[in-house]
Design a protein around this ligand. Structure first.
Ligand code: FE2
Length: 335
């Protein structure tokens, strides 16, 4: 058996064909919000952004890992209730909170992620479990959330997953796994393993019968168009809604999909796929407030601090232009 935090529980596995069913949700505009990681200010900023949608309120799907750093009781309760009031799929964090057995954080970390990172994630999960035990009803409802969801936006079918089309905690849609490989990203994360090719992506798109695959889980955001005969399909991973994602920038990222062809004014990068507008949007939460909240829960020396303080206060090494891949255009300049 693999060590805690490395394993992928059997209950995480599914097949891409599971997405090939009637859409459970139809919307003109849809936000996919992955990886809030317990940041209530990010959730507030997303809801405020939704209020400003010119075409009316968008549908929102939270696709997992809403919880992580929110070991404070009030934040945990408030985020649970807000997410459960909307469309949601679970992430490995919620799956593990609700599980009887302890697989650690359930991240299924690949072997290029260091043991120290995995150990700290397991320690964070142990503390989060203690918080979650105060809310058994909420945790049961989080555990009952589906693992994936099929949506229809502007007549296009969208497959929403947490990890990849085969596993809740899969890493095959991580930026570092995607071909053509980005040598800088691969070097920075120490990537090694099985690359994800265009042929595999087209196989998944075909079996899932979707035009877009929207994921999160693996930490770094990107969008990549994939040629498919005369048309294109799209993989879009929002990285983290509740953490900084880029070098020199402190905002989170969500995915916006819309039947309205006009690019949103705050788009970071995006593309139109057969009339469906697909963009990454910034989540402009109050960084000082989030940092203070984080430090109150994860002081220096704690596993949360060691793993996340640098990212929260300094961002990542990823440059925005590295996230716009395969025909996706940078639309930024406003941040
Ligand atoms: Fe995850």
């Amino acid at each position: 058996m693999e060590p805690r935090g490395r394993s992928c529980p059997l209950s995480y596995r599914y097949r891409p064909e599971a997405l090939a069913r009637p859409a459970q949700l139809e919307a003109e505009t849809l936000y996919v919000v992955g990886g809030l990681y317990g940041n209530p200010g990010a959730l507030r900023a997303i809801l405020e952004r939704a209020d400003r949608e010119p075409g009316g309120a968008p549908a929102i799907v939270c696709n997992g890992d809403f919880h992580w750093l929110d070991v404070g009781l009030e934040d945990f309760r408030a985020i649970s209730e807000a997410v459960l009031a909307r469309h949601a799929t679970k992430g490995n964090v919620e799956a593990e909170l609700a599980a009887d057995s302890d697989a650690g954080c359930g991240c299924a970390y690949p072997d290029y992620v260091t043991d120290e990172v995995v150990d700290r994630s397991n320690q964070i999960m142990t503390r989060l479990r203690a918080t979650a035990r105060q809310f058994p009803d909420l945790v049961r409802r989080l555990g009952d959330l589906p693992r994936y969801l099929t949506a229809a936006v502007g007549g296009h079918r969208i497959g929403i997953v947490h990890g990849d089309p085969e596993s809740l905690a899969g890493w095959r849609l991580a930026l570092e796994a995607m071909e053509p490989g980005d040598p800088r990203v691969r070097r920075q994360v120490g990537w090694r393993g099985q690359a994800t090719t265009a042929d595999e992506l087209l196989d998944w798109f075909g079996r899932a019968e979707v035009s877009v695959l929207a994921s999160t889980h693996t930490g770094l955001p990107y969008a990549q168009a994939v040629p498919d005969g005369p048309r294109r399909r799209l993989v879009i991973n929002n990285g983290a809604a509740g953490l900084p994602n880029f070098s020199g920038a402190s905002h989170g990222v969500i995915t916006r999909l819309s039947g309205d062809p006009r690019p949103p004014a705050d788009s970071l990068y995006g593309i139109a796929i057969g009339g469906l507008r697909c963009d990454a949007l910034p989540v402009r939460f109050d960084l000082d407030e989030w940092t203070a909240r984080f430090l109150a829960q994860w002081p220096p020396g704690s596993p949360g601090h060691r793993s996340y303080y640098h990212r929260i206060t300094g961002g990542t090494q990823l440059r925005l232009e590295q996230a716009a891949r395969g025909g996706v255009r940078l639309t930024a300049g406003r941040w």
